[in-house]
Design a protein around this ligand. Structure first.
Ligand SMILES: O=C[C@H](O)COP(=O)(O)O
Length: 100
């Protein structure tokens, strides 16, 4: 598993844009594919972190190559944590069987 967090987004006001996250996560998987092979790349889970909230989470987790969310402040309360869990669980159902 690899956690990708743009340094400037950690603890920041806004997460990276969906386009930025999609490009970075794609590049990370491509790099692993090139250096370690298709099997390692396909099995690797890449999670995004940095100012994830219940508002931005659904868009981020829906992106190709985003396999999970690495959440700080938005999960500091039980309610916030459960909202993020529900977002990721719903996305996992939608992504089931879909290639990364
Ligand atoms: O610990 C989690 C990450 O560093 C991101 O934290 P954050 O969601 O509060 O920006």
């Amino acid at each position: 598993m690899l956690a990708y967090e743009p340094r400037w987004a950690i603890g920041g006001a806004a997460a990276a844009s969906p386009d930025y996250v999609a490009e970075r996560h794609h590049a990370l998987r491509a790099h692993v594919r090139s250096d370690y092979g298709a099997d390692a790349a396909d099995r690797m889970r890449i999670i995004y972190g940095g100012a994830v909230t219940p508002d931005t989470g659904p868009t981020l987790i829906a992106l190709d190559n985003v396999d999970g969310l690495f959440v700080g402040r938005a999960a500091w309360t039980a309610d916030g944590f459960m909202r993020i869990v529900a977002i990721v669980a719903a996305a996992a159902k939608l992504k089931q069987g879909r290639p990364s």
